[in-house]
Design a protein. Sequence first.
Length: 320
Amino acid sequence: MWIIYTVLSVAVFFLIICLVFGIIGFKMACTPQRVKKPETDPKRILRGEIRKKNNAYMLSHPHEDVELKTPDGITLTARYIPAEKETKKFVICIHGYNCNGPDEMSHLFPFYHYDMGYNYFLPDLRGHGRSSGNLIGFGALDYKDINLWIEWLTDRFGNDIEIMIHGISMGAATSMLVNNNNPAPQVKLIIEDCGYTNAFRQVGIKTRLTVSFLKTDFIIYFINLFCRLIAGYDLKKDADPLGTMKNAKNPVLFIHGELDQLVPFPMCLELYEACPVEKDIFTVPEAVHAYSYYDAKDEYDRKMREFIAKHFDSSVAVNN
C-alpha cells in the first residue's frame, strides 16, 4: 500500500510543480510588459534612438487618434494619418509582441505616406501601447480586433476602399490570421515580416530562451491550459497561421531575417511553402528578429514596391 501512496504523492507533487510553472509561464508569456527594462544591447539601444526620431517625424504630420470598444470591453486605440492626396488605398501596420504601433512601425511611414501615397493606419493591439487590456492575444484575439478596425474604416470611408496589411512578428502572425479567416473583401494584400507558424510553438521557444533550464515543451501544455482558462483562447488551435494557411485568400509577401533566433528562420520557409495563393519571399542573410528593414532598407523597399505594384496598385513605378 505504501508504494501506491508514494506513487500518488510523487504524481501529485509533479502535477503541482507543472501547474506552478504553468501559471508562472502564462504570466510571463501572456501578460503585457507595460514598463520595460532599460536596454543593454548596443544594437537595440541604437534602434531605440532611431525609433524616437521616426516617431517624432511621423507624429509631426496631421493625424487623428481614434478608438473603439470590442465586444469583450477592451478599448482599442489607433492613429490615422491621411494621405496627402485623397485616395481609397489604406495600409494597416500591425506591431509585434510587447511593442506598440509607433515604435514598431514608424520607420515604414515615409515609404507608405510619401512613396506610395496611402492612408496610414496604426493600431495598438490589446494590452499594448495606449489600448487597454491585461492579456496578450498572440494573434488569436488580435486578428478579430483588426477585423473590427477594418469594419470601422469601411463604415467611415466606404465599402470601396482597398486595404493592405503589413505586420511584424506577432503583428505578422495577426496579419496572416486575418487573411486565413475569411477576410473582408476590402483586404487585398498581406506583407508579413518575421511571423511565427503557431503561437504554441512560439511560446515554447520564448520560454526556453527566457528560462534556460526548461528544455522541454511539456510545461507549454500547462501554459496553454491557463491561456484557455484565463485568456479564453488556445495557443495551438486559435493562433495557428501555418495550420490555417490553406485558407489564405490574398497574396502574401514573406520577409524574414536568416539569423532570427526568436522566430526561427525555418518557420518562414514552412509558411511560404504552405501558402496556396500568389506569394513571394525576401530574406536578409545577416538579420536577426525584426531587423530586416534596418539591415537591408533599399532591398526591402524594392521588394515591397514590386509586390505592391503586381498585386495591389498597378500605378506604382518599379525601379529595376
